[in-house]
Design a protein around this ligand. Structure first.
Ligand SMILES: Cc1cc2nc3c(=O)[nH]c(=O)nc-3n(C[C@H](O)[C@H](O)[C@H](O)COP(=O)(O)O)c2cc1C
Length: 306
C-alpha cells in the first residue's frame, strides 16, 4: 500500500497533517524553531490575542496536579497589532496553517480584533469564548447559548475568514452551545478549553494560584474531552478540532474516532516539545498498520454499543 494520506481539510483550509499546536501552549512558535521546522506541524493555534496588550494574571499562575496542570495565566499577550506586524509575517513564511486565537472582554473587542485579522493572510480565526463577559457579571460567554451566539454573530459579521468557535467544557450540555454557534454561522468548532479547578496549600491555607481558581488541562481531562467531542459530533455537522489531554498518537486516533477531524496538543508539549511530530508520525503508522488510505476515513468511526 502507498503511504496513507494524513492531510485534512478544516473549513476549506488544507492541513498537511491533522496535528495543531494548541493555543497558549506554543506561544507564536518562535521558541520551537531551533528544534524543528514548524512545517512539521499541520497548524499552529497562536497564543490568545486581544485588541490591546494584556499583562495576564498575578503569579503564581501554574499549579501541578496529578496528570495535568492548573493554569491562570490569563490572556497575557502583546495585542493584535503586534501579532499582525511581528508574529504573523514570520509564521506565514513557513508552510504551516496559522490559526489566530482571539479573546475579548466585550463583544466589540471580539468584533474589532476579528476585523483587523480579516485584512491579513491568517488562515483561520479561532474564537475563545471562555473569557469573562465583563458587562454581565463576569460569567464566561461560552456558558450560555445567548452569550455564545452573540460572540459568534459579531465575529461572523466582522470577517469572511473561516471562524472556529472554541467551546468551554464548563457547561451542563455542550451540544446546546455547539448548535447555537452553528446556527450563527460558525465554520468549525474546537473543544475543549480547560476545566475550572482549584488547589489549596494546606499549610498557608491559601489557594496555590493567585487567581484562586484556574483551568485544568493535560491527560487528566482526556476522557472528558473525548466524551464531549463525541456528543458534539452527534449534534452538529461542522468540522470539529478535538483537544484536551492528548499526549500520544493513540490518544489522537481515539479523539478522531470520537468525531474530531483534526486535533490540538497543548500541555503535553511542556513535557516533550516533539510530541506533535511523534503524534503525526504515529497516526500515519496506525493507518498503515490497519490498511486505511486516508486519515479522514477514521473521523467519527467509533462503533458505540447499542
Ligand atoms: C498555560 C496555558 C495557556 C492557555 N492559553 C490559552 C489561550 O490563550 N487561548 C485558548 O483558547 N486556550 C488556551 N489554553 C487552553 C488550551 O489551548 C487547550 O484548550 C487546553 O489546555 C486543553 O488541551 P491540553 O490538555 O492538550 O493542554 C491554554 C492552556 C494552558 C495550559
Amino acid at each position: 500500500m502507498s503511504r496513507p494520506d494524513i492531510s485534512v481539510d478544516i473549513c476549506g483550509v488544507r492541513l498537511k497533517n491533522p496535528v495543531i499546536a494548541a493555543s497558549g501552549t506554543y506561544g507564536f512558535g518562535e521558541e520551537y524553531t531551533d528544534l524543528y521546522p514548524l512545517e512539521r506541524l499541520g497548524g499552529i493555534s497562536c497564543k490568545g490575542t486581544t485588541l490591546q496588550p494584556k499583562d495576564g494574571n498575578i503569579p503564581p499562575r501554574i499549579a501541578e496536579t496529578p496528570s495535568g496542570i492548573l493554569n491562570s495565566v490569563g490572556l497575557q499577550n502583546p495585542g493584535v497589532e503586534h501579532f499582525i506586524k511581528t508574529d504573523l509575517p514570520r509564521l506565514k513564511k513557513q508552510d504551516v496553517a496559522v490559526i489566530a486565537n482571539i479573546a475579548g472582554a466585550g463583544i466589540e473587542d471580539y468584533a474589532e480584533t476579528a476585523a483587523r485579522l480579516d485584512e491579513t493572510d491568517v488562515d483561520i480565526i479561532e474564537v475563545n469564548i471562555s473569557c469573562p463577559n465583563v458587562k454581565q457579571g463576569g460569567a464566561t460567554w461560552g456558558v450560555t447559548c445567548a452569550g455564545a451566539e452573540s460572540v459568534t454573530k459579531a465575529v461572523r459579521n466582522a470577517t469572511k475568514k473561516p471562524i472556529m468557535i472554541k467551546l468551554t467544557p464548563n457547561v451542563t450540555d455542550i451540544t446546546e452551545i455547539a448548535r447555537a454557534v452553528e446556527a450563527q454561522g460558525a465554520d468549525a468548532v474546537s473543544l475543549i478549553n480547560t476545566l475550572l479547578g482549584m488547589r489549596i496549600d494546606i499549610n498557608t491555607r491559601r489557594p496555590i494560584l493567585h487567581n484562586n481558581v484556574g483551568g485544568l488541562s493535560g491527560p487528566a481531562v482526556f476522557p472528558v474531552a473525548v466524551r464531549m467531542v463525541w456528543q458534539v459530533h452527534n449534534a452538529i455537522k461542522l468540522p470539529i478540532v478535538g483537544m484536551g489531554g492528548i499526549s500520544s498518537a493513540a490518544d489522537a486516533v481515539e479523539m478522531m474516532l470520537a468525531g474530531a477531524s483534526a486535533v490540538q496538543i497543548g500541555t503535553a508539549i511542556f513535557n516533550d516539545p516533539y510530541v506533535p511530530i511523534k503524534v503525526s508520525q504515529g497516526i500515519e503508522r496506525y493507518l498503515s498498520d490497519n490498511g486505511i488510505a486516508k486519515v479522514s476515513d477514521i473521523v467519527g468511526q467509533v462503533r458505540p454499543w447499542e
